[in-house]
Design a protein around this ligand. Structure first.
Ligand code: MG
Length: 399
């Protein structure tokens, strides 16, 4: 069934909880369209093109980057939203913004920055600041859109609607939620404390993110040669769709076999989510966006059997790709780059651009500055400041 109208449980921009700074409506665009456009025009969005998803940006031109990953999440998200009658513009805004707070070097960069911030926090004498002790990319994505983008004459940040900001903060610890609530009560941290649910559009982006990276990491993993198609046959979800593909196209091999298998695997997951979510909404008697929030539990979800298969695929990727010797080697170098940059900038904040020297806490300044870097900018800054070339094959770093 193809629905074109907004369902009664969709987010409606005319009922938005609004922006941090009040603003007149745009003449030709709804508020969520406007949010999406602001995200696309932000500097943080442009930097995603040079940030790692799994493989470093310079390792190959065809691997996903944070930018192409975000576009794939937006595509899957919009497709699901249209079928469910949810607001496509809101889904697109959230999907395009969801990774803006990612550090260079993917999770390796985030883990290193988190460790640096925690160690620094533990020995921080003043202790009076109301800041998270570590570094977390969801919180940082919110920070990017609320504070770090500097494009408007009268305020910091992009001044996005509550609903887009809520979707960007997809996870948050209770301690961090309390910090956010202290700063701005009854805002996007509240749901992590009171047990309400986010909009269906936010829930949908979470799942679209997961569907997208599982599928594209299989593709990139095989392309890189770190995992092979034979090995993947131990994963039910892949084996099933590879078998169906070969049943329909017995001659197929190589890249076309992989591409068709992944296409079918994506389609199966999308249909599974649609059927299960429609049923969950119906069974819970959800008839409004407010009812979604009060229901508290996640409604956009896989069936239990697809959930189990998705977990199996995730575990395979973790063991065979993310923990592959070659990936771990890159990861170790990336951690070193981030850790070195952090201690250098905290010791001498004048090595950072002027804006970051005005922070009261050099650790927070260093975290914001480093998190905003692209892979190659971080590699080059590190080589310049330490004289060590951690990635000999990086562009511009030969010899
Ligand atoms: Mg993502």
């Amino acid at each position: 069934m193809i629905l074109s109208a907004l369902a009664p449980f969709a987010s409606d921009p005319t009922h938005s909880r609004g922006r941090l700074f009040a603003q007149a409506a745009a003449p030709t665009r709804n508020d969520y369209q406007r949010d999406r456009d602001r995200v696309i025009h932000s500097s943080a969005f442009r930097r995603l093109v040079y940030k790692t998803q799994v493989f470093l940006n310079h390792e190959g031109d065809l691997f996903r980057t944070r930018l192409t990953h975000s576009l794939e999440v937006a595509q899957l998200g919009r497709s699901l939203a249209r079928s469910l009658g949810l607001h496509e513009d809101l889904v697109e805004a959230i999907a395009l913004a969801h990774d803006l707070g990612h550090t260079p070097f993917g999770h390796a960069g985030q883990d290193a920055l988190d460790a640096c911030m925690r160690a620094h926090h533990a020995e921080d004498a003043d202790g009076a600041h109301n800041d998270s002790p570590g570094f977390e990319h969801n919180l940082q994505s919110l920070r990017v859109v609320d504070t770090l983008e500097r494009r408007y004459p009268s305020h910091d940040g992009l001044n996005l609607t509550f609903e887009t900001r809520e979707g960007i903060l997809k996870h948050c610890s209770a301690a961090n939620a309390r910090r956010l609530e202290d700063l701005r009560p009854n805002d996007v941290g509240a749901r992590f404390l009171d047990g309400t649910a986010p909009s269906l559009e936010a829930q949908l982006c979470n799942l679209a993110d997961e569907i997208a990276y599982n599928a594209h990491d299989v593709d990139d993993g095989v392309r890189s040669g770190l995992i092979d198609f034979e090995q993947l046959q131990t994963v039910d979800l892949v084996a099933e769709h590879a078998a169906h593909t070969l049943r329909d196209h017995p001659q197929l091999s190589g890249r076309r076999l992989l591409a068709e298998t992944i296409r079918r695997l994506l389609t199966a997951q999308v249909f599974d989510v649609l059927a299960h979510t429609q049923q969950a909404i119906q069974e819970a008697g959800i008839d409004s966006a407010k009812a979604v929030r009060m229901h508290g539990k996640t409604l956009v979800a896989f069936t239990p059997s697809m959930r189990a298969r998705s977990i199996e695929l995730k575990q395979f990727l973790f063991a065979n790709l993310y923990r592959h010797e070659q990936v771990l080697d890159t990861t170790a170098r990336a951690r070193q780059v981030v850790a070195d940059l952090f201690s250098i900038y905290v010791q001498d904040p004048t090595l950072m651009p002027e804006h970051y020297q005005r922070y009261t806490r050099p650790a927070r300044a260093a975290a914001d500055y480093i998190a905003g870097m692209t892979d190659r900018f971080a590699i080059q800054a590190h080589a310049r400041l330490t004289g060590h070339h951690m990635f000999a094959s990086a562009p511009g770093l030969h010899g």
